[in-house]
Design a protein around this ligand. Structure first.
Ligand code: NAP
Length: 317
C-alpha cells in the first residue's frame, strides 16, 4: 500500500464559484493548503530539534538562471520558516563535474544534512544523471535516484516525488477522490507525468490512468474523457476548453514565462491550461501561480523529515 497523504478536506484550500446552473467550480489553492501544511511541518521540526536533531536541507544551485534562483530561494526560505537548517550551495555555471561531485559527496557525509538536492537542469557540460545517482538514496528528497524510483514503482516508496505527492495531497485534502476515476496525465517526464501516473495506478489510489505525450494520437479526445485531467507539458495554455469534459477536475502543473510588455518584469507566469476558458467548465481547478507549486515545496520539506527518520532509525512521525 503506497503511503498516502492524510485524508480530509480542509476548507481553507478551496474557493467555490458558481459558474453555471450545474457546475460549482472550486479553485484549489495550493498556497492556502501549503500554509496549513507548514504548521504541521513546523511542529514536527520543532519536536526533532528538541531531541537534538535539527532537520537540515541542502540545495545545490549551478549558475544564475533567474527561474532556478526563484525556485531555490523559495525552497530555502520555506525550510527556514518551518525551523529547518538550510544550506544554499551556489556554484558558478563553469563548475567542473569533479568539483560538483565533491560538493555532493561532502553533503552526503554531513551529519547535519538530511536532504540533498541539485536543482536541474544543469549546464550542458555537466552530467545531471551522474549527480542524481551520486546523491545518497537516504538523502534523496527529490526521489530521483534510481533506487528510490524503483521502490516507488514497486509500491514501497520511502520518499514520494515532490510534485506528484503535492498533487495527490491537494486532491485528497480538497475532498476529491481519485479511486476508480479516469485520470488523464498529459506529459510523461520523470519528474511529474511518469511518477504521478505510477502512483495513481497503484493499489490505494486506484485510479484508471491514461498517459499522453507528444506522440499520442487523438489527444483532444483522450483528454475529454478525463474525470481528472493533469497538464504537465510545459506548453503555455495548451489545454483549451474543448479538451475538458464538463465537470472535470483540472490540475495545472505547468509554470511558463510568457513575454508580456505590460508586465513590470516584461513577462507573466502562466500554466499549461488556458485558465479563463477552461475554469468555467470544471468542478475544480488549480491556479498558476498558487496551485501545485507551493505544494511541491511543502512535500520537499516533508521528505526532509522522512530523511531524518530514515537516517536516525526513527519511527514515522
Ligand atoms: P518535460 O520534461 O519537458 O516533459 C514534458 C512532457 O510533455 C513530455 O513527456 C512531452 O512528451 C510532453 N509534451 C510536450 N509537448 C506535448 C504536446 N504538444 N502534446 C503532448 N505531449 C506533449 O517537462 P516537466 O519537467 O514534466 O514539466 C512540465 C511543466 O511543469 C513545465 O512547465 C514545468 O515548469 C512545470 N513544473 C512545475 C512544477 C511545480 O512544482 N509546479 C514542478 C515540475 C515541473 P515527450 O515525452 O514525447 O517529449
Amino acid at each position: 500500500m503506497p503511503h498516502r497523504p492524510a485524508a480530509g478536506p480542509r476548507g481553507a484550500a478551496r474557493r467555490t464559484l458558481r459558474t453555471g446552473p450545474d457546475i460549482a467550480m472550486k479553485i484549489l489553492s495550493g498556497t492556502a493548503l501549503a500554509a496549513s501544511f507548514e504548521d504541521d511541518l513546523k511542529r514536527e521540526a520543532a519536536a526533532l530539534t528538541g531531541q537534538g536533531i535539527r532537520p537540515g536541507l541542502a540545495v545545490i544551485q549551478v549558475g544564475e538562471e533567474p527561474a532556478t534562483q526563484v525556485y531555490v530561494r523559495s525552497k530555502v526560505k520555506t525550510a527556514e520558516r518551518v525551523g529547518m537548517h538550510s544550506v544554499d550551495h551556489k556554484l558558478p555555471a563553469t563548475v567542473t563535474q569533479a568539483d560538483l561531485e565533491a560538493v555532493v559527496d561532502r553533503l552526503n557525509r554531513a551529519p547535519h544534512i538530511n536532504g540533498v538536492l541539485c536543482q536541474m537542469p544543469l549546464p550542458p557540460h555537466l552530467d545531471g544523471g551522474r549527480i542524481t545517482r551520486l546523491i545518497d538514496p537516504l538523502k534523496d528528497v527529490d526521489c530521483f535516484h534510481p533506487y528510490n524510483v524503483g521502490l516507488l514503482a514497486l509500491g514501497e516508496p520511502r520518499f514520494l516525488p515532490c510534485t506528484p505527492a503535492g498533487i495527490l495531497e491537494l486532491l485528497t485534502r480538497s475532498g476529491i477522490a481519485v479511486r476508480g476515476k479516469h485520470t488523464v496525465v498529459l506529459g510523461r517526464s520523470n519528474i511529474v507525468g511518469r511518477p504521478l501516473s505510477i502512483l495513481l495506478s497503484q493499489k490505494g489510489w486506484d485510479a484508471t490512468v491514461t498517459v499522453c505525450h507528444s506522440r499520442s494520437e487523438g489527444l483532444v479526445e483522450l483528454a475529454r474523457q478525463a474525470d481528472i485531467l493533469v497538464a504537465a507539458l510545459g506548453k503555455p495554455e495548451f489545454v483549451r476548453a474543448e479538451m475538458v469534459k464538463p465537470g472535470a477536475v483540472v490540475i495545472d502543473v505547468g509554470v511558463n514565462r510568457v513575454a508580456d510588455p505590460t508586465a513590470r518584469r516584461g513577462y507573466r507566469l502562466c500554466g499549461d491550461v488556458h485558465f479563463a476558458g477552461v475554469a468555467p467548465r470544471t468542478s475544480a481547478i488549480t491556479p498558476v501561480p498558487g496551485g501545485v507549486g507551493p505544494m511541491t515545496i511543502a512535500m520537499l520539506l516533508r521528505n526532509t523529515l522522512v530523511g531524518v527518520r530514515l537516517q536516525h532509525g526513527l519511527a514515522e512521525g
